[in-house]
Design a protein around this ligand. Structure first.
Ligand SMILES: NC(=O)c1ccc[n+]([C@@H]2O[C@H](COP(=O)([O-])OP(=O)(O)OC[C@H]3O[C@@H](n4cnc5c(N)ncnc54)[C@H](OP(=O)(O)O)[C@@H]3O)[C@@H](O)[C@H]2O)c1
Length: 395
C-alpha cells in the first residue's frame, strides 16, 4: 500500500463462513489498509451483526428474508444499513467497492458473484461451484465488463502465482496437488460406514462442512480441475492431479523446457486470501512460517480413481462438457447435504452424482448452458433428479 493512499473498500459475500472470517481476520490485522463496506450471511445473524459492528460496516445483508427483523434488532442503535433476501444479496455485490470476496458456498453464490463481475469489480473467487456450474457464462461476464478475477482457492492461487502469462505457449502441464483428505488410506468398506464427523475432520485444512466432505470424496479436486480449466485456459489433458498429503506444495506449473514452478506454504487460507487482498502488492499474513527442515519429507502419490469415484466423475464431466459440469455440481450439493443430514451413506454421494448424470443425459439434458437462466434451470433439474435418488436410497 502506498503511504497516504485510501483504504480499499471491501464487500465480503459469505462473511460468516470459514473464508469470510479469515478475510475479516486479515482486515483486523491490517486496519489501515481496508474499509469494510458490506457483509453478507445466509442465516447466522448473530455473527453477521457482531462482525458488522466490529468492522464498522456500512451495510449488513442476510440472505434469508425471514431474518430481517432479527438483523435489524441486532444492529439497532448503529448507522449500519440492513437488508434481507436474494435481491439484497445482489445489491450488496453491486455496491461500488474496490474488492469483492466471493465466499458464499455452493451454487447459491453464483448470482451475486456474477453481479460483481458484471460491474467490472475486482473479484476474489473462493466459490468454486460458480465456475464449475457456469464457467463459460461467468467468464463471458468477466471479459465483457473487464472485471479482475483473482483465485482464492489455494491451488489456483498457487498456479496464479507461478503461471508465466508471457510464456503461455510454453506451459506443458498444470499439476494440482491434493491432500487426499481424511480417507486417503481407508479401504472402501471402511468408507462405506464413514460418519459426517469423520468426513469433516480434514487432516490439514480447517474449512466449512461442504468443502470438507468434498475433500473426503475428492470431488473437491475434481471441481478444482474444472475451475482451473476455466481460469487458466489450458486444454483438459494439460491438467493433472497429484496427491501430496502434507499440503505444503499448493500446486505447480510444468513448462516445456523441463522447469517446474511451485508455490509452497503452510496450509492456512489466510496466505492466498492475503495475496488477493493486497494484489498486485503483498501484505503480511499470520500463517505459520514454513519450516522445511522440520517437515523433512514431502511425499507424492497418484490419485486412486477407484476408491474416489467422485474425482473420476468430475474429470469425465469436464471431458464431456455441455451440461455435465452443471449437473455434476448440482447433484453433488444435494448428495453432500443428504450425507451431512444423515440421510445417505458416504459412498452414496458419488453414486448419486453418477446416476444423476446418466438420468440427465436420458432426459436430454446435455447442451451447454448459454445464459444464467440456462444454468439455473439445469441446476434445478439436476437437484430434482438427485433429490429423487436420495429418497430412493433412504427408503
Ligand atoms: N474453507 C476453505 O478453506 C476453502 C478453501 C478453498 C475454497 N473454498 C470455497 O469457498 C466457498 C466458501 O467455503 P467456506 O468453507 O468458507 O464455507 P462455509 O464455512 O460453509 O461458509 C459459507 C458462507 O456462505 C453463506 N451461505 C451459505 N448458504 C448461503 C445461501 N444460500 N445464500 C447466501 N449465503 C449463503 C454462509 O452463511 P451462514 O453462516 O449464515 O450459513 C457463510 O457465510 C466454497 O465455495 C468453498 O468451496 C473454501
Amino acid at each position: 500500500m502506498e503511504p497516504g493512499s485510501a483504504p480499499r473498500t471491501l464487500c465480503v459475500l459469505g462473511s460468516t463462513g470459514s473464508i469470510g472470517t479469515s478475510t475479516l481476520d486479515l482486515v483486523a490485522r491490517n486496519p489501515e489498509r481496508f474499509q469494510v463496506d458490506v457483509l453478507t450471511a445466509n442465516a447466522n445473524v448473530e455473527l453477521l451483526a457482531s462482525q458488522a459492528r466490529q468492522f464498522n460496516a456500512r451495510m449488513a445483508v442476510v440472505a434469508d428474508p425471514d431474518r430481517y427483523d432479527e438483523l435489524k434488532t441486532a444492529l439497532s442503535g448503529t448507522n449500519i444499513a440492513v437488508a434481507a433476501g436474494p435481491d439484497a444479496l445482489n445489491e450488496a455485490a453491486d455496491r461500488d467497492t474496490d474488492y469483492v470476496m466471493a465466499a458464499i458456498v455452493g451454487a447459491a453464490g453464483l448470482e451475486p458473484t456474477l453481479t460483481a463481475a458484471r460491474r467490472g469489480a475486482c473479484v476474489a473467487l473462493a466459490n468454486k461451484e460458480c465456475l464449475v456450474s457456469a464457467g463459460t457464462v461467468f467468464l463471458e461476464a468477466v471479459d465483457k465488463a473487464d472485471a479482475t478475477l483473482l483465485p482464492v482457492d489455494s491451488e489456483h492461487n498457487a498456479i496464479f502465482q507461478v503461471l508465466e502469462t508471457h510464456n503461455r505457449d510454453a506451459i506443458d502441464k498444470i499439476i494440482l496437488t491434493a491432500s487426499g483428505g481424511p480417507f486417503r488410506t481407508w479401504e472402501k468398506a471402511r468408507m462405506e460406514a464413514a460418519t459426517p464427523a469423520e468426513a469433516v475432520a480434514h487432516p490439514n485444512w480447517s474449512m466449512g462442512a461442504k468443502i470438507s466432505v468434498d475433500s473426503a470424496t475428492m470431488m473437491n479436486k475434481g471441481l478444482e480441475v474444472i475451475e482451473a480449466y476455466y481460469l487458466f485456459g489450458v486444454e483438459t489433458d494439460q491438467l493433472d492431479v497429484l496427491v501430496h498429503p502434507q499440503s505444503v506444495i499448493h500446486s505447480m506449473v510444468a513448462y516445456t523446457d523441463g522447469s517446474v514452478l511451485a508455490q509452497l506454504g503452510s496450509p492456512d487460507m489466510r496466505t492466498p486470501i492475503a495475496h488477493t487482498m493486497a494484489w498486485p502488492a503483498r501484505m503480511p499474513a499470520p500463517a505459520a512460517r514454513l519450516d522445511l527442515a522440520e517437515i523433512a519429507q514431502l511425499t507424492f502419490e497418484a490419485p486412486d480413481l477407484e476408491r474416489f469415484p467422485a474425482l473420476r466423475l468430475a474429470l469425465a464431466a469436464l471431458q464431456t462438457g455441455g451440461a455435465a459440469p452443471t449437473l455434476l455440481n448440482a447433484a453433488n450439493e444435494v448428495g453432500v447435504a443428504a450425507f451431512l443430514g444423515g440421510e445417505i451413506g458416504f459412498l452414496d454421494i458419488a453414486a448419486i452424482v453418477e446416476d444423476t448424470m446418466s438420468r440427465g443425459v436420458a432426459q436430454g439434458l446435455s447442451g451447454a448452458p448459454a445464459s444464467l437462466d440456462d444454468v439455473l434451470q439445469l441446476d434445478v433439474a439436476g437437484r430434482a433428479i438427485a433429490a429423487e435418488l436420495v429418497t430412493a436410497r433412504r427408503s
